[in-house]
Design a protein around this ligand. Structure first.
Ligand SMILES: *Cc1c(COP(=O)(O)O)cnc(C)c1O
Length: 217
């Protein structure tokens, strides 16, 4: 499955984040041996255990909700935090990144789905965050783009609308806040059930779990 997915993604230069949550290190190593280096986890504790047990050149992406008191544990090694949804969290990431003499790449997570349960900002909240003097003074975080999850539904048109919405948010924020920042380029959208539609709607990064690793219990 990995090979088929990668073949499709290579045509558009889309990055694959292999979402390994709930699966043991041995399963991650199987993909590692096939060349996969980017893995996504949604829980800090689980990521820490796997990070300690696995090769150092794995790039870990945090894709789940992050509590400010846990940032310090991942700050030494995390490649990208995709789930930034508040200024408070970003301040803590900046602080912990500074302590580790690093710059941490982040994505702003947007709420594009109809479900109430999903975390994320709306466009006006993101604008407020990016306009805040506290943000403009941060030197140890780099906002590389946006992330979102579509509604879990069979309604393909609804899912497409949500992906288009995220793409338009990306365009507006790029234009107004990052016009000359080549690093602001990521639109992280698409999961096992909707990644092809996401790529057609301009995704630069898909986060695929069950399609690669099989079902989670
Ligand atoms: C679990 C998860 C995924 C992957 O989901 P699959 O349906 O297994 O591909 C992607 N993104 C986030 C934020 C997740 O929590």
């Amino acid at each position: 499955m990995l090979t088929e997915i990668l073949q499709t993604l290579s045509a558009t230069g889309t990055t694959l984040v292999a979402v390994s949550k709930t699966h043991p290190p041995e399963r991650i190593m199987e993909l590692y041996r096939q060349g996969q280096r980017i893995f996504g986890e949604n829980r800090v504790q689980e990521m820490l255990e796997k990070q300690a047990a696995l090769p150092n050149d794995i790039e870990w992406h945090l894709i789940g909700h992050l509590q400010t008191n846990k940032v310090k544990y991942i700050a030494p090694f995390i490649q990208m935090i995709q789930s930034v949804d508040s200024l408070r969290l970003l301040l803590e990431i900046d602080k912990q990144a500074a302590k580790n003499e690093r710059v941490i790449d982040c994505l702003l997570q947007f709420h594009i789905a109809e479900e109430e349960t999903k975390f994320g900002l709306d466009e006006s909240e993101a604008r407020e965050l990016l306009s805040d003097p506290a943000f403009t003074q941060m030197k140890h975080v780099r906002i590389c783009g946006v992330m979102g999850m579509a509604t879990f539904t069979d309604d393909r048109d609804a899912v497409r609308r949500e992906f288009r919405h995220l793409h338009s948010i990306f365009n507006h924020i790029k234009r107004d806040f990052f016009p000359n920042a080549p690093f602001f380029k990521e639109i992280s959208m698409g999961m096992s059930g909707d990644w092809q539609a996401a790529v057609e709607e301009g995704s630069t990064m898909v986060r695929i779990g069950s399609l690669i690793f099989g079902d989670r219990n």
